[in-house]
Design a protein around this ligand. Structure first.
Ligand SMILES: C[S@@+](CC[C@H](N)C(=O)[O-])C[C@H]1O[C@@H](n2cnc3c(N)ncnc32)[C@H](O)[C@@H]1O
Length: 273
């Protein structure tokens, strides 16, 4: 069969598949970026020996346990503490001075995965004397990673890299002061959890739940198509206070926005006009 015809049929299969799992299970991946979601579906389909996505669709519809496996495979949860150190350095330099004028600071970190980004911000705010009056709402679609985030434990294997990131991000203390070693893990200092609320929230379907001074959503929008990105930008716009700050991932940009301006373009930090 001609490759372009095969691709065309496969696109129909992917779209029907996404519609089917939405209607049967409520998982809404219909507006995720096509190439990436296609690859993730195939990754799971191969495990069941399905030879087409239509065949895999039949299996997933009749076996809810396959839907769980698929949802896990679709969710890419890679994260780090102080990931892209210059982003956190910019928060210190450009955002903290603005936040210092607020009596209470409300921050939403969405797509927070297992919490490394959230605890990084908590440490930064603590060092800047802002954590006490900050409320961080950390959300993700994936319950399993949220459970890990709530624990506040991290594999010891990563700590060398995270220490490097912390120092590059302008960290001012001994990083090891923020955790205790417990076998193969480290347990983050409990005070870091005090002002964080972890909760499930789906950017594709859920609404806003507060007004925030800062929203951080990094390395999530790369998985969405333009339609869904637009929905999410609108949601962020409505959820930010006037002059609120939006931080995105290094590969994510707001193109030709009339409602946000660059605050630090190279670090993907924007301000609501
Ligand atoms: C690659 S991780 C990024 C983690 C962290 N923000 C960082 O940059 O290190 C992407 C996260 O987005 C979450 N995610 C994917 N789709 C989502 C959605 N529709 N709503 C909320 N979170 C979503 C995934 O579960 C995953 O934890």
């Amino acid at each position: 069969m001609d490759i372009s015809v095969k691709d065309q049929i496969e696109k129909i299969e992917v779209e029907l598949f996404l519609e089917a799992i939405f209607r049967q299970y409520g998982f809404d991946y219909r507006n995720y970026a096509y190439e990436s979601i296609r690859r993730r579906i195939w990754h799971s389909a191969r495990e069941t020996k399905a030879t087409t996505i239509s065949e895999y669709q039949g299996q997933v519809l009749y076996k809810p346990e396959l839907m769980k496996i698929l949802a896990n495979n679709i969710s890419i949860t890679v994260t780090e503490m102080f990931r892209d150190p210059s982003f956190f350095e910019s928060i210190r330099l450009n955002i903290v001075p603005r936040l210092k004028t607020q009596p209470i600071v409300r921050i939403w970190i969405t797509g927070c995965s297992s919490g490394e980004e959230v605890y990084s911000l908590a440490i930064l705010l603590h060092e800047e004397g802002l954590y006490e009056r900050s409320r961080i709402y950390a959300t993700d679609i994936n319950e399993a990673v949220l459970q890990r985030a709530k624990k506040g434990t991290i594999s010891i294997l990563h700590m060398q890299q995270y220490t490097k990131n912390y120092l590059q991000a302008g960290g001012q203390r001994e990083f090891s002061k923020y955790y205790k070693v417990d076998g193969e893990h480290v347990i983050l200092e409990p005070f870091l959890k005090e002002n964080i609320t972890f909760a499930q929230h789906n950017l594709a379907t859920d609404q806003s739940f507060n007004e925030f001074h800062v929203i951080i959503c990094r390395n999530v929008l790369i998985y969405f198509n333009q339609h869904l990105k637009n929905r999410v930008f609108q949601l962020f716009y409505e959820s930010l206070s006037e002059g609120g700050i939006l931080g995105l991932g290094s590969q994510e940009t707001i193109i030709s926005s009339k409602v946000f301006s660059d605050l630090d373009y190279s670090n993907k930090i924007y301000i609501k006009d």
